[in-house]
Design a protein around this ligand. Structure first.
Ligand code: ADP
Ligand code: 5GP
Length: 209
């Protein structure tokens, strides 16, 4: 119904299951969504591939991108830069895809400022205990880094009410469907359906004769 896609921001505590959820959503509805690949200065985790999970670049390269305005937004998260390349996002939105940015809260709020129509979703596990369990269970960070990420989660919780919807990732499949339903609902907001509304208005005028 609307031609340009919606810019969707997905944030959530580290370990909430955002990556897992995005993979499941995209594999189920691959024709609907495009996932933006961010640039970062952190090192790849085991199994992460350059250009797939992230573009892994040096701090100097990152700062060059900032200077050339090639990033929609960027932020520092626990000692590393993370940012969203502009090019891909614009191209996919123009092609009618809903583009998902999986980014942290500072970046999310910057996106909302620049793109007021962006949809902001916050993913959380059902409890803090479950969050800690998932972070430890993932086995990719040391206990020190896990501690820093849990501390950061407490700060991020302060900003949760700036988001449009809360998405509770308890059962993964249920969560995928809930997220998809929220996005489908968003497409039906009247202000996003101006083309349809003006067409049906014209048709009704024609019917009146
Ligand atoms: P994030 O991207 O938010 O940091 P991940 O997707 O890496 O989180 O998930 C963190 C850990 O939690 C992973 O080990 C993942 O397999 C697990 N996980 C994700 N979603 C669920 C879920 N619904 N139930 C149980 N475990 C989950
Ligand atoms: P991780 O190191 O676990 O992959 O990511 C750490 C945090 O950085 C997560 O909260 C993730 O959502 C966020 N992040 C990833 N890419 C970007 C980005 O391009 N911009 C911003 N602001 N945050 C990002």
């Amino acid at each position: 119904m609307n031609t340009r896609g919606i810019l969707i921001v997905v944030s959530g505590f580290s370990g909430a299951g955002k990556g897992t959820l995005m993979k499941a959503l995209l594999s189920k509805y691959e024709e609907r969504y495009a996932l933006s690949v961010s640039a970062t200065t952190r090192k790849p985790r085991l199994g992460e591939v350059d250009g797939r999970e992230y573009f892994f670049i040096s701090t100097a390269e990152f700062e060059k991108k900032i200077a050339k305005d090639e990033l929609i937004e960027y932020a520092k998260y626990v000692d590393h830069y993370y940012g969203t390349p502009r090019d891909y996002v614009e191209r996919q939105l123009d092609a009618g895809k809903d583009v998902i940015l999986e980014i942290e809260i500072q970046g999310a709020l910057k996106v909302k400022e620049k793109f007021p129509d962006a949809l902001l979703l916050f993913v959380t596990p059902p409890s803090a205990a479950e969050l800690k369990k998932r972070l430890i269970g993932r086995g990719t960070e040391t206990m020190d880094v896990i501690g820093a990420r849990l501390q950061r989660a407490a700060e991020e919780a302060e900003g949760m009410n700036r988001y449009d919807y809360l998405v509770v990732n308890d059962d993964l499949d249920v969560c995928v469907e809930q997220m998809h339903a929220i996005i489908c609902g968003e497409h039906r907001r009247c202000y996003r359906c101006e083309t349809f509304i003006s067409e049906i208005k014209n048709e009704l005028e024609d019917l009146k004769g």
